[in-house]
Design a protein around this ligand. Sequence first.
Ligand code: GMT
Length: 384
Amino acid sequence: MKIGIVCYPTFGGSGVVATELGSWMARHGCEVHFITYSQPVRLDMLQGNIFYHEVNVHDYPLFQYQPYELALSSKMVDTVVREKLDLLHVHYAIPHAYAAYMAKQILADRGIHIPVVTTLHGTDITLVGRNPSYSPAVTFSIEHSDAVTAVSESLRRETIDLFEIKRPIQVIPNFVEMERYGQPDAALRAHLAASDQKVVVHVSNFRKVKRIGDVVEIFARVHAQVRSKLVMVGDGPEREPAENRVRELGLEKDVVFLGKMVDVEQILVQADLFLLPSEMESFGLAALEAMAAGVPVVASQAGGICEVVQNGITGLTAPVGDVAAMAEQSIRILTDPALAARFSAAARLRASEFAIENVAKQYYDVYLPLVEAAQERMHEKKFG
Ligand code: GMT
């Protein structure tokens, strides 16, 4: 099968899911074509069956805003025709589902029927998509996709509540490659923290929804009672205010900002605790990755997090913004080795339920009947 994947090529969860799903499909005999504005950060171009088509938006002084959707639709049309693609899978509704709808119409005009699968990831619905400036176009393009998937039951429900969607939405969760999460490296651990310090980790794109301020406040309370170090991985608009707050609290020696990292698992396997106090989170891929590394999670009860982190089994959860509760929960885990070991084992076991080989297959099962139906339709048109 020849699949075209459209995604954001950055460090965000949707880009990671799209890239790793594409790599898995390529390893399992599909030809995978990424169509995006720059090469996805986690994409291994040396792996066979992987191709990359860059969307170029040409600057023209008349335009205050450059028409990316137009360039993307045209690139999709061009790639489908040239590479004889069987299906387009777009990750993140805005503007990808909309651009795919246009590409599909242009191709239909040329007698090519290309099925479009749209995967909803979260903020494309819960934050950006619901904005009245976008919602009619988002509703339309979701409704006109050939199949729609959402990464959690929570996101599926929210999509139905917020938009008038009649088309069924299938839940296919995020996934992990369990084999990537090996044993901790003693030298790296020694580099990150002193031997008597606990390592607390947070990974995100440092946007407002992540409540980075809460991460710092929770850690400040933990640090007052447990010798510990906070390792912050990622970058984004909330990093600077967080660094300022860390300085105000006098914690700069024990809080380290590592910036963006491709191999996050190297840090996760060193951690004693993972913090995710987000305002909203359709799934919480970062928490799942921590669990795959056997790390207990303390998180907010936002969106789909509770479908991943089992309160009292793989970690502990509290209402959004309840910094005191999350600090108390973190201290409990960090000071009770038996509890931490129990959570750690259960976290890894729970993560294995989201192993890529189980989840990627669910996407393939969505693709296959659509591709077969499209081929049949084109065959009928040609031969009557
Ligand atoms: O805001 C982010 O975390 C990035 C965003 C994205 O689309 O890149 O992540 C969303 O998609 C991830 C992959 O499906 C989910 O695991 C995240 O929970 C979701 N983020 C939010 O809902 C805030």
